[in-house]
Design a binder for this molecule. Structure first.
Ligand code: 3AM
Length: 176
């Protein structure tokens, strides 16, 4: 199974993100139920590893936090591959991400090579005109969610289907 660790967006935040989802031809907008902030992509593991990962995540002790989504951006430079909503800087979020990273390294997962860039993916893009992407970004640069509490994080299973990825929450872990 293909796993990742993320923070699920509360319903009110999903609603505010829904309003951003238009105006870019070639965008495959993330379905409302998929909206999350990835803390750690794990990838393909077997059942035994999944159990170890679950135990490692269950052993994490970290405080609950408050997040605010802020602004929009894209990955891929001049060949945009994804649109996302940004996250207001949060040391508590970085500390949580580091705890997850070290817990997973302790059980033998290879270190994540990419720098952590907190974001909520809005759409994956294929052949979207750069001008439309720039229009989207300048039009939604002032996007901001209400601050929201984060009281847990979740281990997700990602299933690739012909219509895009299906993300199924497997287990949630409370923050103190
Ligand atoms: O949270 P987002 O949507 O940005 O792109 C994948 C998605 O990111 C990312 O993990 C999230 C859940 O699928 N992802 C997929 N493959 C990846 C990889 N090999 C990856 N992240 C890092 N390395």
């Amino acid at each position: 199974m293909r796993l990742f660790v993320a923070i699920a967006m509360p319903d009110a935040v999903r609603t505010s993100l829904e309003m951003l989802k238009s105006g870019v031809p070639g965008a495959r907008w993330s379905p409302r139920e998929n909206m999350h902030l990835t803390l750690r992509f794990i990838g393909e593991v077997d059942g035994r590893d999944a159990r170890e990962i679950d135990e490692a995540l269950a052993g994490i002790s970290a405080p609950s936090l408050t997040l605010t989504l802020k602004g929009t951006g894209h990955f891929g430079g001049n060949n945009p591959s994804a649109l996302w909503a940004g996250v207001e800087a949060s040391d508590a979020l970085l500390r949580l991400q580091r705890k997850i990273e070290s817990a997973l390294q302790r059980i033998g997962l290879p270190a994540e090579q990419r720098k952590f860039k907190p974001h909520v993916t809005l759409a994956y893009l294929r052949g979207a005109p750069l001008g439309k992407v720039m229009e989207f970004l300048s039009g939604h640069g002032l996007y901001q969610s209400a601050p929201f509490p984060v009281n847990d994080f979740t281990l997700y299973e990602s299933t690739l289907t012909p219509n895009g990825s299906l993300y199924v929450p497997m287990q949630s872990y409370p923050l103190a």
